[in-house]
Design a protein around this ligand. Structure first.
Ligand code: SF4
Length: 204
């Protein structure tokens, strides 16, 4: 990471107008606080990169909630957000995770799941020529923000010429409560399990 922050600061100073940022979104409710903060400072593109979600109907339900959140932010806050929908590839996504099926939630399986989703979103940012990226995954009270931020740093280090992660822990500074308030106001669907088939039965 040595002089990466300095390079980024130089780049941002040179850029004119609103900066472009790619946000990996896991769902509508977790996106509310990031939308509010980022949408006032950046030109935000969202990628719904979440092939972990099972079954497909649930993936569609969460995508619909995200679309509703985007419409709500446009209507009520005047914040325009662009949505990219990379599609659903659950079987191939789960190939590497299946050997870890018996591990508990929060284990190495989940760290790999975070990494794969963030990696896909970061690659989309790279392809779109978007210089910054971050993820809504740190919004969730069930997820380990430190682990997510460590993975983001690793992805940046593996590809130093690519987009740079915008350091962001959305649970902090009242973000959790504010996000929940906005999600209720916009009447967004809230899921009751993390996403994959291994988390589904335990929460039923
Ligand atoms: S429990 Fe959640 S984070 Fe862990 S593997 Fe399943 S969907 Fe991914």
């Amino acid at each position: 990471m040595s002089d990466r922050p300095k390079e980024l600061a130089r780049f941002l100073r040179k850029e004119e107008g609103r900066r472009r940022l790619l946000l990996h979104s896991c769902c509508g409710p977790c996106s509310c606080y990031p939308f509010l903060v980022l949408g006032t400072h950046y030109d935000v593109t969202v990628s719904f990169s979440n092939s972990n979600i099972y079954p497909r109907e649930e993936w569609e339900r969460r995508l619909r909630a995200l679309r509703r959140a985007i419409r709500g932010f446009s209507r009520h806050y005047g914040i325009k957000i662009r949505l990219l929908e990379p599609g659903y590839g659950h079987d191939s996504f789960m190939e590497e995770l299946r050997p870890m099926a018996d591990l508990p939630e929060g284990s190495a399986r989940c760290l790999l799941c975070y990494r794969k989703r963030m990696e896909e979103a970061r690659l989309i940012a790279r392809q779109e020529g978007i210089p910054l990226w971050c993820t809504t995954l740190t919004s969730s009270r069930q997820k380990d923000s430190e682990a997510i931020l460590r993975i983001a740093r690793e992805l940046d280090q593996e590809d130093p010429e690519g987009p740079a992660f915008l350091l962001s822990d959305w649970k902090r500074g009242g973000g959790l409560e504010e996000g929940e308030r906005i999600a209720s106001f916009l009447m967004l669907y809230r899921q009751h399990y993390c996403g994959c088939e291994y988390s589904l039965p335990k929460r039923k």
